[in-house]
Design a binder for this molecule. Sequence first.
Ligand code: GLN
Length: 497
Amino acid sequence: MKRKTRLICIFALLICFIIGGCASQTDEEKKIIKVGTNAEFPPFEYINDEGEVDGFDMAIMRAIGEEMGYEIDIVNMEFKSLAASLKTGALDAVAAGMTVTEERKQTVDFSNSYYGAVQSIVFKKDRAVNSLAELNGKKIAVQEGTTGDILVTPAEDNEVITDSSTEVKRFKKGADAIVELKNGGVDAVVIDSSPAHSFVAANQEDLTYLDLSDTEEFYAIAVGKGNQELLDDINEGLERIQNNGVFDQIVDQYINGNTVNVRQTSNNPIMQIIYDCKYVFIDTNGYQLLLQGLGVTIGISFAAVCLGIILGFVIALMKLTETRKKRKTVLSVIANIYINILRGTPVMVQLLIMYMIVFRSNMAYLAAILTFGINSGAYVAENIRAGIMAVDNGQMEGGRSLGFTYAQTMRYIILPQAIKNAFPALGNEFITLLKETSIVGYVAIQDLTKAADFIISRTYEAFYPLIAIAIIYFILVWGLTQLLAVVERRMRQSDLR
Ligand code: GLN
């Protein structure tokens, strides 16, 4: 009875989690438009102190939404994936400081442009760069798929960068390119002027920039090709906010008034470490991002473990029908297919399929819980099956000769022993799952690993946030190991071995 109640509680919790997730993400009252961005492009888009996507573009989109009666739902993803997501319909619009180019016009439609920019070269103060041509034959970091990338990639029609020995290192985020520059991996970063200015402002001690005045480009909001209705609304909204002064207020707030936290420095190395930690975790609110991420990692792992256990039991019992009947059964064939497919493909691929194809880029949390739960189910099933097979055959015979049915013998005699047998392997599976969830950042979930990523983007400091999350993961796994050891000890209390 007690065990049953416990199981029901876990199941109810899981259902609440899932329903909660769905409810918070489906709000049908207002017309919602899904706006994609890449929150790695300050001051146009970045993660603010509260861990939310914020910036010039977001403010513009919200103001347009207010004018035109849309609710704006922001989706944060890689810059490179934005245009493709418009095409699949996963996004309705893109506001990401996206430059209008002839090539992009083939796949998306652009609104009227709202901002003019140029490209900039960011370099170390002690290794000055005076022109783009000087970068020929050097190492350059860029943000993948951006106009900066196009400008410096050696190609036949590239008039400036012609030397094919020029090495272009492509990063998903501008901030990572800056970290590479600071670490000495490249000679310069080529990126849009506004983020270049933000990056340099935050690294005034060692970096500076050169604006390339002849590389003018214009930002616009993109919509799916042919989505004229939305495009017209966005253009109208844009015009209205440009006329009523709201646009200028947003420029003032985000571009002119963009302040950066100043980092203290000291000649004493110990003091410097303390100042650096203060800057990374406190001044820029890194601790808050880590705490939020920790909650997400624990939540997703817990829900997925519960789902994995339930599915694992069901699948193991389905597969066992084969042992019992001594021939393949429909259930065992289904169980085998399930196990083979899930063990045979990387969980990363499963996550992307679940999120992008099954959920069409909606309900990321639910997609992640289902992916990890279903994936883990395959491993749990095999662990439990191994546990059951390890129980001596005589136990089943004994149970049956006492008058128990097959199901009763399973439940009262075999499974309790099987779980004990399988426990160490199950523990391993939970630990693996907890660490595996660190890939959820790929579907725009802000877990612990992603929190470190954000901190790096905000502080250009990779060491402290990465060491911090490594320690947190270690403590989590250590805690889980202790917990599993206690449970195992209690389970084995009656053992004579
Ligand atoms: N303006 C650049 C482009 O469109 C970079 C935009 C971005 O990285 N968000 O390629």
